[in-house]
Design a protein around this ligand. Structure first.
Ligand code: PLP
Length: 388
């Protein structure tokens, strides 16, 4: 990336932290297989276990409860397994909130008929009445709920939901992938039985993640079978360099998370104060607890894909709230679940910041925005926005 570029798409992925890069380069120099008992093998094992301790410590878990995976999606797939249980009652169905990431909405290893969707409010927060209703309507369930939404940044009341699910004899998986490194949490405080993490959202490498066990869950059948790695929960020789990079990114992130995110939040708030000046602008989920780094906003009449290209041409990387698959831009399922109409949803632009975002990044972003918004017609400005 050249120095003129301004990267404001941190929820998509983050730059590699220097500490992670150094740890990965050092790991790549090692020859040994972590399963070998000779000195070379033990050196590789040492790096994997050091990273496991860092990841476990960051979320208040025991190292043996961390299973390294090929990323967040694999961690989620490992978690979403029919028949998971504590004690004797297996979870026979999966409840997911309507705003989950596609990896969760796909249902993991549950059959489509076993998956039920829990509604959210207009602010994107879990509808507790609907959750209670669904729990009462059938056998024990596994609830998969994200701690923070990747599009809106809205935080879910995970601990309250977990209490309700546990009282009904169910289990809880928390997709903490987007929240990790942005808001402090501990697995026990969330009441999570399972928790998914991904390295590339916190300055680690892409393609590495972890599933963390918060309770004595049984029945987590491996996705990958073969050797006995990861205590039999995930076969295959470990991605030693990736895991070492993950551990180093965690160790670099955690000590300064509060101070870093306080600074990021004040940048985000300055950005939003300026965006609000554009007539008709809507900032999503602003009345609920949100990640400190995320803004999802829309101005009716300016389609997100046009805006994202405009920002890009001005040297600023942001993203649209719409999912683009096979060349067709679909309105975001998250905004649709919140009751947002397709026109407003197709205008949603996500700007997400990170630990090295600066005042000058925000200036560049706002300058680009002023030019884009200046091109809006009077009619667009007069459009009465839906309120969110
Ligand atoms: N869950 C959430 C909330 C995410 O934001 C992402 C990544 O965008 C994932 C899951 C998937 O993680 P990964 O990219 O590591 O597979």
């Amino acid at each position: 990336m050249t120095s003129e570029r301004v990267y404001l798409d941190w929820n998509a992925t983050t730059p590699l932290r220097t500490e992670a890069r150094a740890a990965m380069v050092a790991a790549l120099e090692l020859t040994g297989n972590p399963s070998s008992i000779h000195a070379e093998g033990r050196a590789a094992r040492g790096l994997v276990e050091q990273a496991r301790t860092a990841v476990a410590g960051a979320v208040g878990a025991a190292p043996r409860d961390v299973v390294f995976t090929s990323g967040g999606t694999e961690a989620i797939t490992l978690a979403l397994t029919p028949g998971l249980r504590i004690g004797s009652k297996p979870a026979e169905r999966l409840l997911v909130s309507a705003v989950e990431h596609a990896a969760v909405l796909s249902g993991g290893r549950f059959a489509p008929a076993q998956v039920e969707v829990v509604e959210v409010t207009r602010e994107g927060v879990l509808n507790f009445d609907h959750l209670r209703q669904l729990l009462a309507s059938g056998p024990p369930a596994l609830l998969s709920l994200m701690l923070a939404n990747n599009e809106t940044g809205a935080l879910q009341p995970v601990a309250e939901a977990a209490e309700i699910v546990h009282a009904a004899g169910g289990l809880v998986h928390v997709d903490a992938i987007q929240a990790f490194g942005k808001v402090p949490f501990q697995i026990k405080g969330l009441g999570a039985d399972l928790l998914s993490l991904s390295a590339h959202k916190i300055g680690g490498p892409k393609g590495v993640g972890a599933l963390v066990f918060g309770s004595d869950v049984q029945g987590a059948e491996p996705v990958l079978r073969g050797g006995g790695q990861e205590l039999g929960r995930r076969a295959g020789t470990e991605n030693v360099a990736g895991i070492a990079g993950f551990g180093a990114a965690v160790a670099a992130t955690m000590p300064t998370i509060i101070a870093d995110m306080k600074r990021v939040e004040s940048l985000r708030n300055r950005l939003e104060a300026n965006l609000r000046q554009t007539a008709g602008s809507v900032i999503f989920c602003e009345s609920v607890a949100r990640l400190p780094n995320t803004t999802l906003f829309a101005v009716p009449g300016l389609r997100a894909e046009t805006a994202v290209i405009g920002f890009d041409l001005a040297g600023v990387a942001v993203s649209s709230g719409s999912a683009c698959s096979s060349g067709k831009v679909q309105p975001s399922h998250v905004l649709q679940a919140m009751g947002c109409g397709p026109e407003l949803a197709q205008s949603a632009i996500r700007i997400s910041l990170g630990w090295s975002s600066s005042e000058s990044d925000i200036d560049a972003c706002l300058n680009a925005w002023k030019r884009l918004a200046g091109n809006l017609t009077k009619r667009d400005h007069e459009t009465v926005p839906e309120r969110f």
